[in-house]
Design a protein around this ligand. Structure first.
Ligand code: BTN
Length: 246
């Protein structure tokens, strides 16, 4: 199994691994923190990261893929995380485009991919957060009601270190599959885990644009397809979608 570093606490593992990337660290370098003070989510959100209830890890990738393909690493990481969780717990998380893991209709994990296109070598940092356990304190309200966790199925040695080791290994395996054989096989796995196919989804895009449509899954580029009520097809490649209130 590839090695990684574990720290008790940090600001954000993504920030730390971005720094390592800038310093020239190798493909596959990874960091797991037992807690984060400033865990970050997508779209400027924060990621609640106290000790003992979550997995907070980041992996440095220097993939041999085109720059415009970097956003697909989020889909690759989603498949890696869901597969690892299934292997370790028997639970089968569903995926929500582009970066969420769901259990029982609640978000239980997320991926934050950050790319750096540098003259002397491009790289990406893939950050993975998974809710593992029950809380000892009182979590923020939004967290209490909206969050799914794996704790029901977590038995020793299914703690963060062990699960992250499997996610890390899966991710590196899938990235080399992507490099050598393309994305098609990975997208097939993603579609098998798609938790929102056929559901009404709402997309909020830049400048207040809103689209509501039925999810037709992802296309061969990994973009999300939404079909609105006028049967117009929308190809979504940025932002995020949420189940539409019906
Ligand atoms: C999201 O759902 O918005 C993505 C959440 C990603 C959280 C992880 S925890 C490890 C890594 N470090 C961070 O600061 N964020 C990611």
């Amino acid at each position: 199994m590839p090695k990684f570093t574990i720290v008790k606490e940090t600001g954000s593992t993504n920030d730390d691994v971005l720094t390592l990337g800038r310093q020239g660290a190798a493909h596959g370098t990874a960091l797991l923190a037992l807690s984060q003070r400033q865990g970050r989510g997508r779209l400027g959100r924060s990621w609640y990261s106290p000790t003992g209830i979550g997995l907070y890890g980041s992996v440095l990738l220097r993939p041999h893929i085109a720059r415009e393909s970097y956003p697909r690493l989020t889909l690759v990481a989603g498949v890696a995380a869901a597969t690892a969780i299934e292997t370790q717990t028997g639970l089968s998380p569903r995926l929500k485009w582009p970066n969420d893991l769901y259990l029982d209709g609640k978000k239980c994990g997320g991926i934050l991919t950050e790319a750096v296109f540098a003259g002397d070598g491009d790289y990406a940092v893939v950050g993975i957060g998974v809710n593992l356990g029950a809380f000892s304190g009182t979590p923020p309200e939004e967290f209490q009601y909206k969050t799914g966790a794996l704790w029901q199925a977590m038995r020793p040695p299914h703690h963060a270190e062990f699960l992250f080791a499997v996610i890390h290994e899966q991710l590196l395996t899938l990235v080399s599959e992507y490099e050598n054989h393309g994305l098609a096989g990975i997208l097939r796995q993603w579609r098998r885990r798609d938790g929102f196919y056929g559901q009404q989804m709402a997309w909020a895009g830049p400048n207040g644009v809103k689209i509501i449509g039925e999810s037709a899954g992802i296309d061969e580029a990994g973009d999300l397809l939404l079909v609105d009520e006028e049967r117009c097809l929308h190809i979504i490649n940025c932002g995020e979608v949420q189940p539409a209130a019906v």
